[in-house]
Design a protein around this ligand. Structure first.
Ligand SMILES: [Mn+2]
Length: 403
């Protein structure tokens, strides 16, 4: 069966029983992004699976192809919090969530199929953590743009490079191998969107692989008059407009609860304290694209916000919950970052040591919302605005290991 759109590919997958993708050795192969399931991760997982299928079709059209299933690494219910992703899926691809696989599907498959082993290509991360570690048996490939943790050294591909968007590495990798450029083209809008969001419209963190991918996207789009935003007056692609509508959808967090806002772009970690393995702390980090000030206004003040964070911390059994904010300051137009931490009373000394260790690296300065901190709640401006969660996580890890 020929497939030349992402939607067609997903429909094909869903038209078959899951058992038909399991090999005689009871192996099922998936590709998944990281557990924040942000735009980049979802775009990476979908594009990798789709391109892998196109490539297999070209290798041998007649044989039975066993595809990689793209899995979105969050509960199905959490997808709706990511409005940039649902905007892209629904508006540009007419893909509804029933065409996708989620975290609970992994659990279900393991229950339903006796002795099932799950192999995974992991994209937009290079280490299995938390639940994925339990559900996935082996990593068989990696394409990522986070710090290389040096794991799974033998897998192919194993591409880990600094780029704005992970999708740039994925596009460049497959572009060299797949001949059917028409079918590849259907994926471009999604990948183009990822790199625009991750580089703020090619203004920050742009690296050579991003430029290389962009060049291909532009050539492909020009050659076909693809109308990226269907409501355009003209037939030409307006990158600025495209970026703005994605950004707007991403920032649309009105009406969400504090819990939803943290869950929207969330990662959880277990960090060792000191050099031995006998003590660790659980830390959850949510990223959001509004200022703390906005949050306080929206959720009845700083106290309520802190209470909600504390509830979140308890629900997810965390020692610390961190909310990282990034936004453009309207007054002077500069890009800003902040960090709010709410910790368990049991680690009141440890949290101070963590903050002390991070402060010079992230250039944390206490916020002036309050003269005195409420116990176990801390808010800072993060003057090192270059450090996103991607840099903050290894920083926390190192500080805690050195205690
Ligand atoms: Mn990424």
């Amino acid at each position: 069966m020929s497939v030349n759109t992402l939607r067609g590919f997903l429909e094909l997958l869903k038209s078959k029983p899951i058992k038909s993708f399991v090999t005689p050795l009871t192996r099922l192969s998936i590709v998944c992004g990281n557990e924040s399931a942000d735009f980049d991760s979802v775009s990476s997982a979908l594009s990798y699976a789709y391109f892998d299928y196109l490539y297999k079709l070209e290798l041998d059209n007649n044989s039975l192809i066993i595809p990689l299933l793209p899995v979105i690494n969050i509960p199905r219910d959490d997808l709706k919090l990511r409005k940039d992703i649902t905007f892209m899926l629904e508006r540009e691809y007419s893909i509804s969530e029933d065409l996708l696989y989620f975290h609970e599907d992994l659990i279900k498959w393991r229950e339903e199929i006796h002795d099932l082993k799950i192999n995974a290509v992991i994209v937009d991360h290079n280490e299995l953590v938390n639940e994925s570690k339990k559900l996935i048996d082996s990593v068989v490939g990696i394409i990522d743009h986070h710090e290389d943790l040096g794991l799974y050294k033998e897998v192919t591909p194993r591409i880990i490079k600094v780029t704005g968007s992970c999708t740039s590495l994925i596009y460049n990798y497959w572009n060299d191998m797949i001949k059917d450029k028409i079918a590849m083209k259907d994926m471009i809008k999604f990948m183009y969107g990822a790199v625009l969001l991750d580089t703020s419209n090619f203004k920050h963190k742009v690296e050579e692989p991003d430029r290389e991918a962009l060049k291909s996207y532009q050539t492909e789009l020009e050659s076909s008059n693809i109308n990226i935003l269907s409501n355009n007056d003209t037939n030409s692609f307006d990158q600025e407009k495209f970026f703005k509508s994605l950004k707007k959808a991403k920032k649309d967090i009105k009406g969400l609860s504090v819990r939803d806002i943290i869950r929207k772009d969330y990662k959880q970690f277990e960090f060792n304290v000191g050099s031995s393995n006998d003590r660790s702390v659980a830390i959850g980090i949510g990223s959001m694209v509004k200022s703390l000030k906005w949050l306080y206004k929206e959720y009845n003040g700083v106290e309520t916000f802190r209470e909600e964070c504390e509830k979140f911390r308890e629900e997810f059994n965390l020692d610390v919950v961190i909310v990282m904010s990034s936004f453009n300051d309207k007054q002077n137009g500069t890009f800003m970052r902040e960090m709010a931490l709410v910790s368990s009373p049991e680690i009141s000394e440890l949290i101070l040591k963590l903050i002390k260790g991070m402060a010079p690296i992230l250039q944390l300065t206490p916020h002036n919302y309050h003269d005195e901190h409420t116990a176990h709640c801390y808010e800072f401006k993060q003057l090192n605005v270059e450090a996103s969660r991607k840099q903050v996580v290894p920083c926390i890890k190192r500080v805690l290991e050195q205690l």
